[in-house]
Design a protein around this ligand. Structure first.
Ligand SMILES: NC(=O)c1ccc[n+]([C@@H]2O[C@H](COP(=O)([O-])OP(=O)(O)OC[C@H]3O[C@@H](n4cnc5c(N)ncnc54)[C@H](O)[C@@H]3O)[C@@H](O)[C@H]2O)c1
Length: 255
Protein backbone atom coordinates (compact mmCIF):
# COMPACT_ATOMS: atom_id res chain seq x y z
CA UNK A 1 0.00 0.00 0.00
CA UNK A 2 1.36 3.46 -0.90
CA UNK A 3 2.35 5.71 2.01
CA UNK A 4 0.46 8.93 2.82
CA UNK A 5 3.34 11.05 1.45
CA UNK A 6 4.56 8.75 -1.33
CA UNK A 7 6.74 10.62 -3.82
CA UNK A 8 6.58 13.93 -1.95
CA UNK A 9 9.56 15.95 -0.82
CA UNK A 10 9.52 17.41 2.68
CA UNK A 11 11.51 19.74 4.93
CA UNK A 12 11.57 19.62 8.75
CA UNK A 13 13.22 22.31 10.89
CA UNK A 14 14.34 21.36 14.39
CA UNK A 15 14.54 17.86 12.89
CA UNK A 16 17.42 16.76 15.10
CA UNK A 17 15.43 16.22 18.29
CA UNK A 18 12.02 15.54 19.85
CA UNK A 19 8.96 16.32 17.76
CA UNK A 20 10.96 17.25 14.65
CA UNK A 21 12.91 14.00 14.66
CA UNK A 22 9.80 11.87 15.18
CA UNK A 23 8.05 13.73 12.36
CA UNK A 24 10.99 13.39 9.94
CA UNK A 25 10.95 9.64 10.63
CA UNK A 26 7.17 9.47 10.16
CA UNK A 27 7.37 11.43 6.88
CA UNK A 28 9.99 8.99 5.57
CA UNK A 29 7.96 5.95 6.66
CA UNK A 30 5.05 7.38 4.66
CA UNK A 31 7.19 7.57 1.52
CA UNK A 32 8.54 11.14 1.55
CA UNK A 33 12.10 12.22 0.83
CA UNK A 34 13.06 14.31 3.83
CA UNK A 35 15.41 17.27 4.26
CA UNK A 36 16.24 17.33 7.97
CA UNK A 37 17.44 20.72 9.23
CA UNK A 38 18.77 21.66 12.65
CA UNK A 39 21.15 24.07 14.33
CA UNK A 40 24.03 21.64 14.03
CA UNK A 41 24.71 19.24 11.19
CA UNK A 42 25.47 16.44 13.69
CA UNK A 43 21.96 16.50 15.15
CA UNK A 44 20.38 16.52 11.71
CA UNK A 45 22.68 13.70 10.61
CA UNK A 46 21.59 11.49 13.51
CA UNK A 47 18.00 11.73 12.29
CA UNK A 48 19.08 11.10 8.69
CA UNK A 49 20.98 8.02 9.89
CA UNK A 50 17.84 6.68 11.57
CA UNK A 51 15.77 7.33 8.42
CA UNK A 52 18.32 5.60 6.20
CA UNK A 53 18.59 2.66 8.59
CA UNK A 54 14.83 2.21 8.17
CA UNK A 55 15.18 2.25 4.36
CA UNK A 56 14.18 5.90 3.74
CA UNK A 57 15.88 8.75 1.92
CA UNK A 58 16.97 11.95 3.62
CA UNK A 59 19.56 14.72 3.62
CA UNK A 60 20.91 16.69 6.59
CA UNK A 61 21.14 20.49 6.54
CA UNK A 62 22.60 22.84 9.16
CA UNK A 63 20.42 25.92 9.59
CA UNK A 64 19.79 28.50 12.29
CA UNK A 65 16.27 29.78 11.62
CA UNK A 66 17.23 33.22 12.99
CA UNK A 67 19.59 33.74 10.03
CA UNK A 68 17.93 34.86 6.83
CA UNK A 69 20.70 33.66 4.52
CA UNK A 70 20.88 30.25 6.20
CA UNK A 71 17.11 29.83 5.81
CA UNK A 72 17.25 30.73 2.10
CA UNK A 73 20.11 28.25 1.64
CA UNK A 74 18.23 25.54 3.58
CA UNK A 75 15.16 25.74 1.33
CA UNK A 76 17.37 25.87 -1.77
CA UNK A 77 19.28 22.78 -0.57
CA UNK A 78 16.05 20.85 0.06
CA UNK A 79 14.74 21.76 -3.39
CA UNK A 80 17.96 20.83 -5.12
CA UNK A 81 18.18 17.50 -3.27
CA UNK A 82 14.71 16.34 -4.26
CA UNK A 83 13.67 18.56 -7.17
CA UNK A 84 10.89 20.41 -5.32
CA UNK A 85 9.20 21.02 -1.98
CA UNK A 86 5.75 19.60 -1.31
CA UNK A 87 5.62 19.66 2.51
CA UNK A 88 7.31 21.82 5.12
CA UNK A 89 7.19 21.47 8.90
CA UNK A 90 8.36 24.69 10.58
CA UNK A 91 9.05 23.29 14.00
CA UNK A 92 12.31 24.69 15.42
CA UNK A 93 11.64 26.37 18.74
CA UNK A 94 13.00 27.20 22.17
CA UNK A 95 11.49 27.34 25.66
CA UNK A 96 12.04 29.92 28.43
CA UNK A 97 14.68 27.84 30.28
CA UNK A 98 16.87 28.02 27.17
CA UNK A 99 17.16 31.81 27.57
CA UNK A 100 17.53 31.74 31.38
CA UNK A 101 13.90 32.73 31.83
CA UNK A 102 12.52 29.66 33.64
CA UNK A 103 10.07 30.75 36.34
CA UNK A 104 10.24 34.43 35.30
CA UNK A 105 6.98 36.45 35.25
CA UNK A 106 5.90 38.53 32.25
CA UNK A 107 7.01 41.96 33.46
CA UNK A 108 10.30 40.64 34.80
CA UNK A 109 11.59 39.15 31.54
CA UNK A 110 14.94 40.42 30.30
CA UNK A 111 14.47 42.17 26.95
CA UNK A 112 17.11 39.89 25.39
CA UNK A 113 15.20 36.79 26.49
CA UNK A 114 11.95 38.18 25.08
CA UNK A 115 13.64 39.05 21.78
CA UNK A 116 15.38 35.72 21.37
CA UNK A 117 12.22 33.67 21.95
CA UNK A 118 10.28 35.79 19.45
CA UNK A 119 13.11 35.60 16.94
CA UNK A 120 13.34 31.80 16.99
CA UNK A 121 9.72 30.78 17.59
CA UNK A 122 7.85 33.40 15.54
CA UNK A 123 10.12 35.20 13.10
CA UNK A 124 11.95 31.92 12.46
CA UNK A 125 8.69 30.37 11.27
CA UNK A 126 7.95 33.37 9.05
CA UNK A 127 11.47 33.34 7.56
CA UNK A 128 11.06 29.69 6.60
CA UNK A 129 7.51 30.18 5.32
CA UNK A 130 8.56 33.00 2.98
CA UNK A 131 11.06 30.84 1.15
CA UNK A 132 8.84 27.75 1.19
CA UNK A 133 5.91 29.66 -0.28
CA UNK A 134 8.15 31.11 -3.01
CA UNK A 135 9.06 27.55 -4.09
CA UNK A 136 5.54 26.13 -3.68
CA UNK A 137 4.15 28.97 -5.80
CA UNK A 138 6.49 28.03 -8.63
CA UNK A 139 5.32 24.42 -8.37
CA UNK A 140 1.62 25.26 -8.09
CA UNK A 141 1.04 24.24 -4.46
CA UNK A 142 2.16 22.57 -1.26
CA UNK A 143 1.39 22.07 2.43
CA UNK A 144 2.98 23.85 5.38
CA UNK A 145 2.57 22.99 9.07
CA UNK A 146 3.86 25.31 11.78
CA UNK A 147 4.48 24.18 15.35
CA UNK A 148 2.47 26.32 17.74
CA UNK A 149 1.47 24.90 21.15
CA UNK A 150 -1.34 24.90 23.69
CA UNK A 151 0.62 28.03 24.68
CA UNK A 152 -0.69 29.43 21.39
CA UNK A 153 -4.25 29.13 22.72
CA UNK A 154 -3.97 29.63 26.49
CA UNK A 155 -1.95 31.66 28.96
CA UNK A 156 0.56 29.49 30.84
CA UNK A 157 2.45 30.66 33.96
CA UNK A 158 5.92 32.23 33.69
CA UNK A 159 6.10 31.80 29.93
CA UNK A 160 4.94 35.16 28.54
CA UNK A 161 7.37 35.43 25.62
CA UNK A 162 6.80 31.79 24.71
CA UNK A 163 3.02 32.19 24.98
CA UNK A 164 3.12 35.39 22.90
CA UNK A 165 5.30 33.74 20.24
CA UNK A 166 3.01 30.73 19.94
CA UNK A 167 -0.20 32.81 19.83
CA UNK A 168 1.47 34.73 17.02
CA UNK A 169 2.33 31.50 15.20
CA UNK A 170 -1.37 30.63 15.24
CA UNK A 171 -2.16 34.10 13.87
CA UNK A 172 0.52 33.88 11.18
CA UNK A 173 -0.78 30.43 10.21
CA UNK A 174 -4.34 31.71 9.76
CA UNK A 175 -3.24 34.79 7.82
CA UNK A 176 -0.91 32.84 5.54
CA UNK A 177 -3.60 30.21 4.93
CA UNK A 178 -5.96 32.95 3.73
CA UNK A 179 -3.30 34.70 1.63
CA UNK A 180 -1.96 31.63 -0.14
CA UNK A 181 -5.05 29.45 -0.56
CA UNK A 182 -5.57 30.55 -4.16
CA UNK A 183 -2.02 29.46 -4.91
CA UNK A 184 -2.81 25.91 -3.81
CA UNK A 185 -0.81 26.22 -0.59
CA UNK A 186 -2.38 24.95 2.64
CA UNK A 187 -1.01 26.30 5.93
CA UNK A 188 -1.91 24.74 9.28
CA UNK A 189 -0.59 24.71 12.83
CA UNK A 190 -0.25 21.89 15.30
CA UNK A 191 -0.71 22.75 18.99
CA UNK A 192 0.99 20.11 21.11
CA UNK A 193 0.30 19.78 24.82
CA UNK A 194 3.01 18.49 27.17
CA UNK A 195 5.14 16.10 25.11
CA UNK A 196 8.02 14.03 26.42
CA UNK A 197 11.06 15.67 24.76
CA UNK A 198 14.19 17.44 26.06
CA UNK A 199 12.20 20.71 25.99
CA UNK A 200 9.78 19.70 28.75
CA UNK A 201 12.32 18.21 31.17
CA UNK A 202 12.72 21.52 33.00
CA UNK A 203 9.01 22.27 33.56
CA UNK A 204 8.23 18.66 34.44
CA UNK A 205 10.96 18.76 37.07
CA UNK A 206 9.63 22.03 38.53
CA UNK A 207 5.87 21.46 38.38
CA UNK A 208 5.22 18.11 36.68
CA UNK A 209 2.64 16.88 39.18
CA UNK A 210 0.56 20.05 38.92
CA UNK A 211 0.67 19.89 35.13
CA UNK A 212 -0.32 16.22 34.92
CA UNK A 213 -3.23 16.79 37.30
CA UNK A 214 -4.70 19.05 34.60
CA UNK A 215 -4.41 16.65 31.66
CA UNK A 216 -7.63 14.66 31.07
CA UNK A 217 -5.68 11.75 29.53
CA UNK A 218 -3.41 11.93 32.62
CA UNK A 219 -0.08 11.48 30.87
CA UNK A 220 2.49 13.24 28.71
CA UNK A 221 2.20 12.85 24.96
CA UNK A 222 4.83 11.18 22.82
CA UNK A 223 6.56 12.96 19.93
CA UNK A 224 5.21 10.25 17.64
CA UNK A 225 1.66 11.34 18.46
CA UNK A 226 2.43 14.84 17.13
CA UNK A 227 4.18 13.33 14.11
CA UNK A 228 0.99 11.47 13.18
CA UNK A 229 -1.06 14.66 13.18
CA UNK A 230 1.53 16.59 11.16
CA UNK A 231 1.81 13.78 8.61
CA UNK A 232 -1.95 13.85 8.11
CA UNK A 233 -2.01 17.66 7.76
CA UNK A 234 0.76 17.47 5.13
CA UNK A 235 -0.96 14.71 3.19
CA UNK A 236 -3.61 14.91 0.49
CA UNK A 237 -6.10 13.41 2.98
CA UNK A 238 -6.18 16.89 4.54
CA UNK A 239 -6.92 18.54 1.17
CA UNK A 240 -9.71 20.75 2.61
CA UNK A 241 -7.88 21.64 5.84
CA UNK A 242 -6.20 25.02 5.93
CA UNK A 243 -5.87 27.73 8.57
CA UNK A 244 -6.45 25.19 11.34
CA UNK A 245 -4.74 25.12 14.74
CA UNK A 246 -5.02 21.48 15.70
CA UNK A 247 -4.60 20.62 19.39
CA UNK A 248 -2.90 17.30 20.18
CA UNK A 249 -2.79 17.69 23.94
CA UNK A 250 -4.56 14.86 25.78
CA UNK A 251 -7.47 17.24 26.35
CA UNK A 252 -5.50 19.99 28.17
CA UNK A 253 -7.07 22.88 26.29
CA UNK A 254 -10.57 21.39 26.55
CA UNK A 255 -10.82 21.81 30.33
N1 LIG B 1 7.69 19.31 23.96
C1 LIG B 1 6.52 19.92 24.16
O1 LIG B 1 5.80 19.62 25.12
C2 LIG B 1 6.03 20.98 23.23
C3 LIG B 1 4.73 21.45 23.41
C4 LIG B 1 4.24 22.41 22.55
C5 LIG B 1 5.03 22.90 21.53
N2 LIG B 1 6.30 22.43 21.38
C6 LIG B 1 7.08 22.98 20.28
O2 LIG B 1 7.52 21.91 19.47
C7 LIG B 1 8.72 22.29 18.80
C8 LIG B 1 9.74 21.21 18.98
O3 LIG B 1 10.03 21.09 20.35
P1 LIG B 1 10.59 19.75 21.03
O4 LIG B 1 9.78 19.50 22.20
O5 LIG B 1 10.78 18.69 19.99
O6 LIG B 1 11.99 20.32 21.56
P2 LIG B 1 13.50 19.87 21.35
O7 LIG B 1 14.29 20.80 22.17
O8 LIG B 1 13.62 18.40 21.54
O9 LIG B 1 13.76 20.18 19.80
C9 LIG B 1 13.83 21.47 19.29
C10 LIG B 1 14.81 21.48 18.15
O10 LIG B 1 14.84 22.80 17.59
C11 LIG B 1 16.19 23.11 17.32
N3 LIG B 1 16.41 24.57 17.33
C12 LIG B 1 16.39 25.42 18.41
N4 LIG B 1 16.71 26.65 18.02
C13 LIG B 1 16.93 26.60 16.68
C14 LIG B 1 17.32 27.56 15.73
N5 LIG B 1 17.55 28.85 16.06
N6 LIG B 1 17.44 27.17 14.44
C15 LIG B 1 17.23 25.89 14.09
N7 LIG B 1 16.88 24.92 14.96
C16 LIG B 1 16.74 25.28 16.25
C17 LIG B 1 16.98 22.44 18.42
O11 LIG B 1 18.35 22.28 18.04
C18 LIG B 1 16.23 21.13 18.59
O12 LIG B 1 16.76 20.11 17.79
C19 LIG B 1 9.10 23.66 19.36
O13 LIG B 1 8.65 24.66 18.49
C20 LIG B 1 8.33 23.72 20.67
O14 LIG B 1 8.07 25.04 21.06
C21 LIG B 1 6.82 21.48 22.20
Amino acid sequence: MAGLLEGKSALVTGGGSGIGRATALAFAREGAWVAVADLTLERAQETVGAIEAAGGQAVAIACDVTEEEAVAAMVAAAVSAFGGLDCAFNNAGIAPFQVNAAGVKAADLAPEAWQRILDVNLTGVWRCLRHEVAQMRRQGGGAIVNTASIAGLLGLPTAAAYVASKHAVVGLTRAAAVDHAEEGIRVNAVCPGYIETPMTEDSMRRRGERIMARVPLARMGQAEEIAQAVTFLCSDRASFVTGAAWTVDGGYAAV
